[in-house]
Design a binder for this molecule. Structure first.
Ligand SMILES: [Zn+2]
Length: 111
């Protein structure tokens, strides 16, 4: 028994690869690819690879439906991550010293 979904890429069936070829001589078609559903990509492991055969198909879908996608969770204001910024003296492998900026996250779990 095969458990699969069809790739949701809007142009999946237009990619001319041999694994998409179906039909008999004289009436061949390029068909949308199947995406297998297994125990390894079920439940909490479920991600976009359960619905798309490739990153290209995922990108095609996201670009085609971008207005609907951002409407799911609109970003109306910037998010911020508290950080510590330190200037650190360092040395290159050739022995030259320089100053670099080191950014680390503020640990909010204290207390
Ligand atoms: Zn696809």
């Amino acid at each position: 028994m095969s458990n699969f979904v069809w790739c949701h890429g809007p142009s999946c069936h237009t990619n001319d690869t041999q694994d998409r070829l179906r039909g008999v001589k004289g009436s061949k078609v390029l068909r949308t690819k199947k995406v297998q559903q297994t125990q390894w990509n079920s439940g909490e492991r479920r991600n976009f690879y359960n619905y798309f055969c490739s990153n290209g198909c995922y990108n095609d879908f996201a670009n085609k439906h971008i207005q609907e996608i951002v409407a799911i969770a609109p970003r109306t204001e910037a998010l911020e991550t508290p950080v510590n910024v330190e200037k650190v003296q360092d040395t290159t492998y050739t022995g030259h010293s320089y100053t670099r900026v080191e950014i680390s996250r503020v640990d909010n779990d204290i207390g």
